[in-house]
Design a protein around this ligand. Structure first.
Ligand code: FAD
Length: 451
């Protein structure tokens, strides 16, 4: 049977797999995490239970297709036990790369390695209980800052201000390179946290940047369009306090004697026109903020150690106007020649690009080109999914297959019911594997969601 491999089981991988399987191909999915779902499971905010549960059901439906096989706990990559070339040895008709954006946008700041400096991705993996992040130290101190002004910032702020069970935070500062009108969060999202903002503080900050934003034709009198709390009567802010500091960019991180960061040095920025939009322009002026925890929420990039060739904007493609297929086709960046049968979809095609619906649409469009390609390819796949599983196990990998994922879901469901919570997750891979291998689920150290 003609077979297509899919690497990654986030929304993009799962919806691509569904479409390809429905077109009559056998699909084999390889996923780094034991469980499918990617950021839908381990990124979306824990309180968004309904959305998460709905997506879990859709992913279970994909896995229930008889011609879909699943191997969880398998990280593919140039530095992993399974490389992309290892997969190519099986001669699948095509490989769809849906491994998301697992690289980091490092700013290269002095002191970036201090304790208390985190990337948003690792931080959301932590509070969403993805091993191994779930058991690592992502503690927040009294003075926290988040760099970035999108919905991911809002999620993290929500955790820091409201849901962190070990909270000691007194103040959270949002550090924004540009001004209030460049905020990227949705009104619905900011309402989750705006009760922590003091309107007087916010208006004082608007006053501070008023002239700088006026230079590009913006008027802080319209700030209520971005911050709905300014439309209402004054209500004192809840603690911990949430503040915004606009028009400044991180320049250096100062470490305290314990190795944890103690200050953030920022460069004061101007706002200038850039094409249709705006850009931040650094000045010679700097300021020091008392900050002990810093989280970068500035988007992610593709992992350069994965093994796919990198172009200027991530995994290498060469989109040609009017030929949508070329957006999904991996090319050699040196020669521009297509790497036959290699496609990228979802965040693996465009890092940090939009919501689940966008990743799904992207994957389904990409899948149509994969199907076209695979229909024309010779059928050289001579193995079975069982052969692949055996070969992976021989390499010492603890694979989790489809029946085991079903079992894990059932154990988690039972445990959630017993605890009267919306969902239950094991805190580490060992506990998941023990549950799969028939031992009694351990309550100690396990975590549960709110309902
Ligand atoms: C903090 C945060 C909050 C979000 N909240 C929302 C929200 O509320 N609503 C919404 O609609 N969208 C939300 N999104 C966006 C949504 O999560 C993404 O659109 C979507 O998950 C992208 O899907 P993907 O499959 O391309 O990538 P991912 O979801 O990242 O999936 C990648 C998959 O690849 C696997 N993988 C990674 N590396 C390897 C490897 N080397 N080998 C094998 N497998 C690998 C991973 O295990 C994972 O399963 C949020 C995103 C973030 C970061």
């Amino acid at each position: 049977m003609k077979t297509v491999f899919v690497v990654g089981a986030g929304p993009a991988g799962m919806f691509a797999a569904q479409k390809i399987a429905q077109a009559g191909f056998q699909v084999v999915i390889f996923n780094r995490d034991i469980k499918p779902g990617g950021l839908a499971e381990y990124g979306i905010y824990p309180e968004k239970d309904k959305m998460k549960i709905g997506l879990r059901k859709q992913f279970a439906k994909v896995l229930s297709l008889p011609n879909v096989h699943y191997f969880g706990g398998i990280a593919v990559g140039a530095q992993q036990k399974i490389t992309i070339d290892d997969l190519r040895v099986y001669k699948p008709a095509a490989i769809v790369f849906a491994n998301g954006a697992q690289g980091y946008k490092k700013l290269g700041l002095p002191g970036e390695d201090a304790k208390g400096v985190y990337s948003a991705k690792d931080f959301v993996y932590f509070y969403n209980q993805l091993p191994p992040y779930s058991t690592q130290d992502f503690s927040c101190g009294k003075k926290v800052a988040i760099v970035g002004m999108g919905n991911v910032m809002v999620d993290i702020a929500r955790w820091v201000l409201q849901d962190d069970p070990n909270r000691v935070t007194e103040e959270l500062t949002i550090v924004a390179r540009r001004g209030p009108f460049e905020a990227k969060f949705d009104e619905k999202e900011i309402k989750h946290i705006d009760m922590h903002m003091d309107a007087k503080d916010l208006l004082a900050e608007m006053e501070r940047v008023k002239d700088k934003v006026a230079a590009v034709g913006q008027d802080v009198a319209h700030a209520a369009d971005i911050f709905p709390l300014l439309k209402h009567d004054y209500v004192p802010a809840k603690t911990p306090r949430l503040k915004f500091r606009f028009l400044c960019g991180p320049k250096a991180i100062v470490k305290g004697p314990d190795g944890r960061m103690s200050k953030l040095v920022v460069t004061e920025n101007l706002l200038v026109k850039k094409g249709e939009g705006t850009a931040a322009k650094g000045t010679d002026q700097t300021a020091e903020l008392d900050i002990d925890t810093l989280i970068f929420a500035i988007g992610d990039s593709h992992d350069p150690n994965f093994g796919l060739p990198m172009g200027p904007e991530g995994y290498s493609t060469k989109p040609v106007d009017g030929d949508e297929r070329t957006k999904y086709q991996v090319v050699d960046p040196q020669t521009g020649v297509e790497m036959s049968g290699s496609f990228v979809v979802g965040w693996s095609r465009r890092a940090s690009d939009g919501l689940v619906g966008i990743a799904r649409h992207d994957a389904e469009v990409g899948a149509t080109y994969v199907i076209d390609y695979a229909n024309k390819a010779n059928d050289e796949f001579k193995s079975t999914a069982d052969d692949i599983e055996t070969n992976l196990r021989v390499k010492g990998l603890r694979i989790v297959n489809k029946p085991q994922i079903e079992k894990l879901s059932k154990v988690e469901e039972v445990e959630a019911k017993v605890r009267g919570v919306a969902y239950f997750k094991f805190p580490d891979n060992e506990a998941m594997l023990r549950a799969i291998e028939n031992e009694i689920p351990e309550a100690v150290g396990a975590t549960s969601g709110r309902d």
